[in-house]
Ligand binder design. Structure first.
Ligand code: SAM
Length: 251
């Protein structure tokens, strides 16, 4: 059996972990889509250097589980995602956390944004292979997209994983979120100092830290954090700043 034909998503122990950790189980159709997504990513990785996570268990834990775990503590968001809201995944790379969310929430409108055209071209092929009609892609820099009328303050939920410091992630994400909406920053480790600088950054961007959640991953017991920023007032027009400034001079 080749690696990519391993039915990782449908093993019985995976179903148990979904149930225990997220109180939820994928349908057969969603499991099939997870499996297909895995195969397509392993295949795509042969030509494009998309992700270093290609071993089946690692893929399941770090891409599938981790992507969905980020939205789990927000019950009200799960309900609204099920009913249908607008979501943007900023710096989606090979499609995480956005793609697993597209699969689980067909009623929500998902936008996958990345500055690298080759990654977005690859995601476009995944979307057509998986028939994910609720999802579209966008090539661009978050600093520029956040200043476009079409996108600024238009999303109920913004997700951002592994795109920079917490303060730059706040500057990329909060301008895109509607008042009352939420930005979720996915992180590995987290420190008190980061909380302080993120609090200052969020405050300038019209957001507040609503929750910082620490959890461990189910296979490797790695520590993860998700930071939930609520957008409370409109973001001042000077944010996001010009391309490169949020990362070079974090708020
Ligand atoms: C380390 S990868 C993370 C990919 C994915 N979110 C994940 O966690 O697997 C960072 C991605 O963010 C994109 N990126 C970095 N800065 C960006 C920006 N300012 N605007 C849009 N995309 C950006 C890069 O092209 C890259 O694909």
């Amino acid at each position: 059996m080749t690696l990519e034909s391993l039915p990782i998503a449908s093993l019985p122990e995976m179903a148990e972990i979904w149930q225990q950790t997220l109180n939820w189980q994928p349908t057969d159709q969603q499991q099939k889509q997870f499996q297909q997504l895995y195969e397509l990513i392993v295949e795509g990785n042969r030509q494009l250097n998309l992700t270093r996570i290609t071993e089946p268990e690692e893929f399941w834990e770090k891409h599938l589980w981790d992507s969905l775990r980020g939205i789990a503590p927000k019950q009200q968001f799960i309900s609204s995602l099920s009913a249908g809201i607008s979501v943007i995944d900023i710096g989606t790379g090979a499609g995480f956390p956005g793609l697993p969310i597209s699969i689980i929430f067909p009623n929500s409108q998902i936008t996958l944004l990345d500055s690298t055209r080759k990654k977005i071209n690859f995601i476009d092929s995944i979307l057509s292979n998986l028939s994910l009609t609720n999802t579209k892609t966008l090539v661009g820099r978050a600093e520029e997209i956040g200043q476009e009328n079409k996108h600024r303050q238009r999303y109920d939920l913004a997700l951002i994983r592994a795109v920079g410091t917490a303060s730059s992630c706040a500057e990329y994400s909060l301008p895109l979120v509607k008042q009352g909406g939420l930005a979720v920053i996915y992180r590995g480790t987290w420190t008190q100092e980061e909380s302080q600088s993120l609090k200052n950054a969020a405050n300038q961007l019209g957001g507040v830290i609503e929750l910082i959640e620490e959890f461990t991953t189910p296979f490797t017991n790695s520590i993860r954090h998700c930071i939930y920023l609520r957008k409370v007032v409109n973001t001042p027009i000077q944010f996001p700043r010009a391309v490169g400034i949020p990362s070079q001079k974090p708020l």
